[in-house]
Design a protein around this ligand. Structure first.
Ligand code: SF4
Ligand code: SF4
Length: 293
């Protein structure tokens, strides 16, 4: 079976302090970090044992995970497993990249978010250049607050043309809703912005969440996705696979890339192909825009 796991352990801290984020500048105790590390170790061992499957793992931490060596080592270790297909991670890209050469770089995908209030553009770009040199596929994005628009435009101008830059639409928390001009401005930077700026109707629709895509926490509790709280089982129980079955979505809408890309009717797997987790389109952007409508 093909299985994609979105892993989110107890880690919920970050070395940056974005004012709109509850995890900014939060510090864990040593005990909490040890727990996160132990949970991750157990999860990695579970993936290692699923040799009968083709597994992809997407690390979607609440805070910043890649600054911690145990996440770096997990990626290195998992990348060498023949039955692991893709490994992706969401990160602010502030970490060192000296661990990457020990991993199978062609399996790694990085979803890198640029936070102009917490790093300099040239530093962030230098990290992106390193990823390219190391052969790691990555997308780069900015949270779509209007105050970041100018910096996002500068980043777009400085990035190589073939690096996809996404803008994460702010659907709540923006002082003013986007105007038509704002949408046009962000869409010039990210032709797929209108897709992300939509809460896609999902109630009763077929979604791969809960069947071939699951969300797993540090205790092994599995849910169909990060957005529906009801557990479907625990991966560490022997009969867990029986829980993997088609389930229509139970929410009215799905508005986050890491969720709606698995909604069958949107067919976004055609747009993103093997880059679906790290958000890298598999086709030129003009074609991606046309295919996604
Ligand atoms: S970098 Fe991400 S996790 Fe860290 S404070 Fe900013 S938004 Fe939150
Ligand atoms: S459509 Fe979104 S909310 Fe519904 S099951 Fe899929 S990922 Fe979850």
């Amino acid at each position: 079976m093909k299985l994609t796991v979105l892993y989110r352990g107890p880690l919920s801290s970050c070395n940056y302090g974005c004012e709109y984020c509850p995890f900014g500048k939060w510090k864990h105790t040593d005990e909490e970090l040890a727990k996160d590390r132990a949970d991750l170790e157990r999860f990695v061992a579970w993936v290692e044992a699923r040799t009968q499957d083709t597994v992809s793992v997407f690390f979607t931490p609440w805070g910043e995970a890649l600054i911690w060596p145990w996440y770096q080592e997990a990626l290195v270790r998992l990348s060498h497993l023949p039955h692991v297909e893709r490994l992706a991670v969401q990160t602010n890209l502030s970490c060192k990249l000296d661990w990457v050469p020990r991993a199978r770089a062609e399996k790694l995908g990085i979803w890198a978010t640029y936070h102009p209030e917490w790093t300099k553009r040239h530093r962030f770009l230098a990290q992106c250049t390193k990823l390219t040199e190391l052969g790691v596929r990555h997308s780069v994005g900015v949270v779509g607050f209007l105050r970041f628009a100018e910096e996002a435009e500068s980043l777009r101008a400085d990035l190589p043309a073939d690096t996809y830059l996404w803008i994460n639409a702010v659907k709540d928390g923006q002082e003013e809703p986007y105007t038509a001009e704002d949408i046009a401005r962000f869409s010039r930077l990210d032709p797929l912005f209108p897709v992300n700026n939509t809460r896609h109707p999902s109630l009763g629709r077929a979604c791969r969440g809960g069947e071939s895509v699951i969300s797993v926490d540090g205790e092994g509790t599995a849910r169909r996705c990060h957005f529906i709280d009801e557990p479907i089982g625990n991966i560490y129980t022997p009969d867990f696979d029986a829980a993997l079955k088609p389930r229509p979505c139970a929410k009215q809408t799905c508005g986050c890339h890491i969720g709606y890309v698995h909604l069958e009717y949107l067919e976004l797997d055609r747009v993103f192909g093997s880059g679906i987790l790290e958000r890298v389109p598999a086709m030129p952007l003009w074609k991606a825009r046309a295919t996604a409508t």
